[in-house]
Ligand binder design. Structure first.
Ligand code: AKG
Ligand code: FE2
Length: 468
């Protein structure tokens, strides 16, 4: 996961400043907001943003202001509104598009707006349930009741057992150590890979000590996930992408998961802030298969709006770029879309997702307990790390660490280009070296290195499905 964690921006000298570095200032607002959300998951992000603005962007001041105010104080951010009462009711997932009305209650979308244009407004949430609506208006597709019921339960039980080993990612916020508002663990296929992940791979810029070998059900289910995700990718290409062709830099190969992040959200307050997933090992335009088990929760997404797009003539009407082949719900540049993820649903985050959208699991005020998981939700994101992006091949910054890959978002001239950056830009408290290099990829999204560089030495991660 590309961390919602704080990333202190490193100043680089003028000669090293790429045109798009302005993207960072926009990013940092998100990151600052994510910090506040992780500190105050009970508050609405919009309200936290107001506090952040009032404190002229100082997270430290905003955090101390929020801390010092009793709940009853006027101006204190509102507590989150109660979630819809139909949370957890999987059988009603047909053709209901709900949106929040002025008074905060959920109303059928048809009552609050014209049926055809799925419009969201700043600060509003558009709730989508129907797989067809989700496929048409978001960069995701969903399959409900994905596994046979028994198989889903066995997998859930296995991962609930595993969850005793999960840890909370810790990060530094000024003088405080802040913990991620949910626990997680990374899984790979073999003990050798486990070691390699600990020593070579970073997550959101930091090395992780907790990597485990994928247990039986997690691997076995991956075969079904692999098949379904490949089918969904082909369907997406045929039905949605321009000229029925894969996106530029999207891999043309079969999607073969070889790593999984498993998250546990224990209770309604646990969450993950808005982020996009780290591209460093996935490469450009990755596809991710995300299986949800246990308590139903809301997966919220919002499109990343470049500053020039927001200020310019496209404001309120997101551009339809080649990478963004679907016309997103109008105005969702400002509002957000909520996709409800019931037990045993497979969400496919398609190739256009990570570069152009951010996603989160919003805290809920109430949840419907699950008969096996109680208050817990388990989520597995099956990922395919590219052999060609092994940390032995990717550039090292002047700190001697593997650089991280990011996509430029802000300026029209450079939007969509990729860059290698010093990992410390993600790790607050570390000065970093301000390393920067544009990243070049071929049409299939594999890196193009300078001539003579060998890329056959690193051990390849083993595909889960190829294991017994
Ligand atoms: O829990 C989820 O559905 C999303 C998790 C996620 O975003 C991640 O692991 O990067
Ligand atoms: Fe994520």
């Amino acid at each position: 996961m590309d961390a919602f964690v704080s990333r202190k921006r490193v100043k680089v000298s003028a000669s090293e400043v790429p045109q798009d570095r302005g993207a960072d200032s926009e990013e940092s607002t998100d990151v600052k907001l994510a910090m506040l959300v992780s500190l105050h998951p009970e508050c609405l992000p919009d309200d936290l943003l107001d506090v952040l603005v009032a404190c002229e962007g100082s997270v430290e001041e905003a955090a101390s202001l929020l801390q010092s105010r009793p709940d009853s104080t006027a101006g204190t951010p509102r507590k989150r509104a109660a979630p819809p009462s139909f949370l957890g009711v999987q059988s009603s997932l047909t053709n209901h598009v709900m949106t929040k009305a002025e008074d905060g209650s959920l109303k059928p979308f048809s009552e609050t707006a014209g049926k055809k244009s799925l419009a969201t407004q700043k600060g509003k949430t558009l709730h989508l349930f129907d797989p067809q609506d989700i496929a048409s208006h978001t960069p995701c597709t969903i399959i409900h009741n994905f596994l046979p019921a028994d198989e889903a339960n066995v997998l859930l039980e296995e991962l609930l057992q595993e969850s005793q080993h999960f840890t909370r990612h810790e990060f530094q916020l000024f003088s405080r150590t802040v913990k991620s508002p949910h626990s997680a663990c990374v899984y790979v296929s073999t003990p050798e890979e486990q070691q390699q992940q600990i020593s070579d791979y970073t997550y959101g810029g930091t090395y992780r000590a907790k990597i485990r070998q994928a247990p039986r059900e997690l691997r076995s289910v991956s075969r079904k996930v692999q098949r379904a995700v490949n089918e969904e990718i082909q369907k997406r290409i045929r039905e949605v992408y321009p000229d029925g062709k894969k996106l530029k830099h999207q891999s043309a190969k079969e999607w073969r998961p070889n790593a999984a992040f498993v998250n546990c959200y224990d209770g309604p307050g646990e969450s993950v802030g808005y982020h996009s997933d780290d591209l460093t090992y996935l490469g450009p335009h990755p596809v991710i298969g995300s299986l949800s088990l246990g308590v139903e929760r809301e997966f919220r997404i919002r499109r990343v709006v470049a500053r020039d797009e927001e200020a310019g003539e496209n404001a309120g009407s997101p551009a339809q770029t080649p990478q963004s082949p679907i016309k997103a719900a109008r105005g969702d540049a400002q509002g957000q879309i909520s996709i409800h993820l019931p037990h045993n649903s497979l969400l496919v985050m398609h190739a256009e997702m990570q570069e152009e959208w951010k996603h989160s699991i919003a805290p809920a005020q109430t949840i419907s307990p699950h008969p096996i998981a109680g208050n817990r939700r388990i989520n597995i994101t099956y990922r395919w790390y590219r052999d060609t992006m092994h940390p032995r091949y990717t550039p090292r910054c002047r700190c001697g660490k593997s650089a991280i890959l990011r996509c430029a978002k802000n300026k029209q001239e450079t939007r969509g280009r990729y860059m290698w950056m010093c990992y410390a830009g993600y790790d607050p408290g570390k000065p970093g070296c301000s390393f920067f290099q544009w990243a070049e990829f071929d049409d299939d999204g594999d890196p193009v290195w300078e001539e003579g560089r060998s890329v056959d030495l690193a051990p390849k991660l083993v595909n889960f499905a190829s294991q017994g």
